[in-house]
Design a protein around this ligand. Structure first.
Ligand code: FAD
Length: 447
């Protein structure tokens, strides 16, 4: 059916009308759970966290059943920017300052292995989901000292070779005077996240794993006298020895300590019509680009020379009415000549955060696992969780315990939400001040 901009949006097969939903290769809709079954491992939530864990287990011959309320990767996992890099939503320098270098190094290494896992999947069974190589992190005000130091530390201490770029090097790749310093991450890459999630699902099904869609877990009970659990849906149930909760920003309150810890945070994406050659020459790279600001613009050129542009992080979980105008204003602030572009797609998604901004990887009760709260850095870290949780269940591997410092902290309820939004505004105001200073000093030197 044509939309106002004249572009046909696919019947989205129960997905929001995103560019991804229109272009992904998908597995057929999976059945609802309509009987009482059992499995060694049950997983609630069919985003990339649940899928990565199910993939790892199914490859090891473990019987696994995954329940998803909607469709596979219907949440953040099928709507994100598609940028894959090592690291976490939380700042690794803060982790190091608080818990020491040895732990910070181990955690970073796991996060790197998560990115490498995705890379190996792309090679093995999802090559059409690789969309671009490399990622730039860019500052909107002069930050050469901090960025140089960060590049040196990542390369030296975390074995993640990255390259510092000064203003002229950076602006030779991305033609805007809004950016000052940059870090290029050659190991970063971009994927089609919804297509990738479906490639994983297809592998899980081939290996004998079971996926039930439109099957919301409504209750999760402990079987008397054991650590087994019974998960009930509207029309069926599954009894399991291990249960993994991967519900993230779409959590429905199944396990109270988790619901009290998760803070859903919204971010939004638009996709433009195809750029003409003049506009393509302004972003002279197919790498991903994200600024270091708190509102964080992230964008990349995608198929058909369209521009995918994301940003505007808020604790208000609804899509703003004037989203197009806000996103266009953000885009034109960096690239003033992009104002004539038509926006063909727009969507929003929820990320799950915990107050410490690090993933929740824990076993709060015997046989009950939590693998969620990956925030805005969830592609590599969901794959990392797949590695850690699957080896914990099958080989009694204890690496997951390295996340013990990052527990189920209460999110503060409504007041917590207000406080986090307040801190975003405060940090965005600080960014704005630094940017204004940079622009003023640029203006005074060019007069
Ligand atoms: C717009 C946007 C851009 C982003 N960009 C990037 C990026 O470029 N790079 C990056 O690394 N990260 C990015 N992220 C973050 C990343 O997408 C997430 O961290 C990651 O996808 C989280 O995966 P998940 O499986 O934990 O959660 P989700 O993908 O949100 O999945 C949770 C699933 O649980 C299901 N569920 C909830 N409750 C129940 C229940 N009771 N029963 C059954 N199912 C249930 C939901 O339906 C949902 O499908 C972005 C996020 C968004 C929203």
């Amino acid at each position: 059916m044509p939309n106002v901009s004249g572009v046909r949006h696919a019947e989205t097969n129960m997905y929001p009308a995103t560019w991804y939903a229109e272009t992904a290769q998908t597995v057929p809709v999976q059945p609802r759970l309509e009987s009482d079954i059992s499995a060694e491992v049950g997983i609630i939530g069919g985003g990339l966290a649940g899928l990565q864990i199910a993939w790892q287990l199914s490859q090891r011959g473990i019987s696994v059943t995954l329940l998803e309320s909607q469709r596979i990767a219907w949440g953040a996992s099928g709507r994100n920017g598609g940028f894959v890099t090592p690291g976490f939503a939380g700042d690794i320098d803060e982790v190091e300052a608080r818990y020491g270098q040895a732990l910070a190094k181990r955690l970073y290494q796991y996060s790197k292995e998560g990115a490498e896992t995705i890379r190996s999947h792309l090679h093995a069974f999802a090559s059409d989901c690789l969309m671009g190589e490399g990622k730039y992190s860019v500052s909107r005000y002069p930050a050469s000292k901090a960025m140089r130091k960060s590049a040196e530390r990542l390369t030296r201490d975390f074995n993640d070779p990255v390259e510092y770029l000064d203003t002229s090097q950076l602006r030779s790749k991305i033609h805007t005077d809004r950016y000052f310093d940059g870090i290029f991450k050659p190991n970063g890459f971009q994927i089609h996240p919804l297509g990738y999630a479906h490639a994983l699902a297809s592998q899980i099904l081939d290996a004998g794993g079971q996926i039930y869609e439109q099957s919301q877990a409504l209750a999760c009970l402990t079987v008397a006298g054991s650590s087994r659990r019974l998960v009930q849906t509207q029309s069926g149930s599954v009894k399991v020895n291990h249960l993994v909760l991967c519900t993230s920003g779409y959590d429905t309150g199944l396990y109270r300590p988790l619901s009290r810890a998760i803070l859903p945070v919204a971010t939004h994406v638009v996709v433009t019509e195809a750029l003409n050659q003049d506009l393509l020459d302004i972003i002279a790279t197919r790498a991903g680009i994200a600024d270091t600001g708190n509102a964080c613009d992230y964008y990349r050129l995608i198929d058909d020379n369209r521009l995918l542009w994301g940003g505007k992080i808020t604790t208000a979980t609804t899509q703003p009415k004037n989203l197009d105008a806000q996103m266009m204003a953000a885009m034109m602030d960096v690239f003033p000549t992009f104002g004539s572009l038509r926006l063909d797609y727009r969507w929003s998604g929820l990320m799950g955060y915990c107050r410490h901004r690090m993933p929740l990887i824990l076993q709060p009760e015997k046989g009950l696992w939590v693998a969620t709260a990956f925030g805005g850095h969830g592609l590599n870290t969901t794959a990392m969780a797949g590695n850690l949780i699957a080896t914990a269940i099958t080989e009694d591997d204890r690496r997951w315990q390295d996340f013990a410092n990052f527990g189920l902290l209460w999110n503060g309820g409504v007041l917590g939400q207000v406080a986090v939004q307040g801190s975003y505004w405060w940090m965005q105001a600080k960014d704005q001040l630094l940017e204004t200073k940079a622009r003023r000093s640029l203006a005074s030197t060019t007069v």
